[in-house]
Design a protein around this ligand. Sequence first.
Ligand code: TPP
Ligand code: DXP
Ligand code: MG
Length: 636
Amino acid sequence: MGLLDRISTPADLRRLTTAQVEELAAEVRSFLVQAVSQTGGHLGPNLGVVELTIAIHRVFESPRDSFIFDTGHQSYVHKLLTGRQDFAALRRREGLSGYPSRAESEHDIVENSHASTALSWADGIAKANMLKGHRDRHVVAVIGDGALTGGMAWEAINNITASQDQRLVVIVNDNGRSYAPTIGGLAHHLDTLRTTRGYEQFLDWGRRTLRRSGPPGRLAYDALHGLKKGIKDVVAPQGMFEDLGLKYVGPVDGHDGEALDRALSRAKAFGGPVLVHVITEKGRGYSPAEQDVADRFHAVGVIHPETGLPVAPSRFGWTKVFADEIVKIGEERTDVVAITAAMLAPVGLAPFAARFPERTFDVGIAEQHAATSAAGMAFAGLHPVVALYATFLNRAFDQVLMDIALHRAGVTFVLDRAGITGDDGASHNGMWDMALMRIVPGLRLAAPRDEPTMRRALREAVAVDDAPTVVRYPKGPLGPELPALETVGGVDVLTRSQGSAGARVLVVGVGAMAATAVEVGSLLADGGIDVEVVSPTWVVPTPGGLVDLCADRDLVVTIEDGIVAGGVGALLAETAARAGHRAPVRQFGIPAVFLDHASRDQVVEASGLRPADVAAAVLADSALPSSDEADRTARL
Ligand SMILES: Cc1ncc(C[n+]2csc(CCOP(=O)(O)OP(=O)(O)O)c2C)c(N)n1
Ligand SMILES: CC(=O)[C@@H](O)[C@H](O)COP(=O)(O)O
Ligand SMILES: [Mg+2]
């Protein structure tokens, strides 16, 4: 029985010796590699915070003290130390979430996996602690160097430092990377600090030698320590934080348990807002991760633990098509530039960056800045392509609305991971983009259904220079091509079936849900329905040709991989009604709820979006002619 088996609560950690802490860290690392290689997950980030998380739980007392993990992808060790050691179903339905989860533990607070929010959470909790008289409670926020490039983090620091008596400890987990090495002036500053460890070591030396050499030595140490600001600025130029009113402790070796205990104890004793700068290594202790140049195994699928090689084939077919087509576009259009928010490779811009380094911009985890900076680029004659995960566009809505659309700027957003992603939990599903973007005046949104329509949509989007355009597609493998029988009013007709039941139904498949729509059409035809299945690539604004196709129907069915509330189906219903069409529009999509982590297929099923479920609902719809409903359903 190892030490990890004997840790059921954080209190068990406080009884460990230094040697036992090191032994525990080794056990935790081995557990992470074995467990996460079976399930997939954020292996690299968690290997980097083993000693840090142990130290935080040794020095502070959760849940009395509040622990916040920014983005939350690095909270596996925290889970292991707080009574959750069954990782067999990590990120799977009914299994542990890959992020903090209040339902799992009283030690978990922030479930949101959108980066750069931790310090704002911490500021709010610390203010509440003060007002409620809980002055002895600490708030500890762990934020990565990548998340620290997000604007919210600096809004929070500005507020945190407004009062000097909040017991708030900001721990910067500085591994020098988001996925790739972190960009920007702040990263450079952290680099400077990171490479001038001298101050802490100098202080330790002073403590160890001078203070032990009698009164003269103590005098010398006190004099030196009294000059600390001056010394610090010489050996560790961290004035930026202290000039902001944030006491700076560090840089500290994030894999040295004793140094961490000392630094965190100093921070705890300080009694005001303090920043502890911890230097860690992403992927530490697992050579396939340490040698992974791209992103140190930031997020892996199922891998062979011995080699780190993926078991499953490449998972991102849609991304590959974008990666290929944007390079072709870049060769034809020198005004086209690419912007990423610290996710160059995951969104598929690495080939573009290799081919056009001077036309590729990584802004850090700063989607709002990405959007408005793109507005500036468009104003000055470029056509920016901003590549994000769909869910992360949420936080840049105002910038899209008021900096891009209001100025009719030709900016193209390419949204990967649109729709249900599943195993990354509620905040990672790309389910809000269509409902949000459809209310932006002038904006045009495309949801391609396959490779040819995606390549065409990308080219059509970058050809628009007087309005924002969006091209969105899902995570995962790319399905087979869905060729059109013909195109009517700009809308591709995929299948037609003559029915016998006298009911006429139009089925609209939005984006990747076109494949589902074709299967629904076939099931409805089996039920004797006269059905036409169509797939418009451009869905915002509603194409006129699609509204015309609603004429003379008993029922229109829309199926989309986005929230139904205010989605594309709702937009079609409103537009068709205004055009005088009477057919009801039944909208199938994602309910406006937060979806628990599960596989994509499980979430599709739970949302009633499997073809059989949609078809059954349609056949039972009262809008269809009442004749032999039971007969129709029975034929399914
Ligand atoms: C708003 C937002 N944009 C992008 C992401 C995707 N993302 C997840 S983790 C990560 C890198 C975080 O880097 P850092 O904060 O340094 O943490 P580390 O992984 O290095 O521990 C990114 C960009 C996100 N979660 N939230
Ligand atoms: C935490 C985060 O936002 C990303 O790391 C995300 O988990 C990766 O998701 P993909 O696997 O879809 O790239
Ligand atoms: Mg980092």
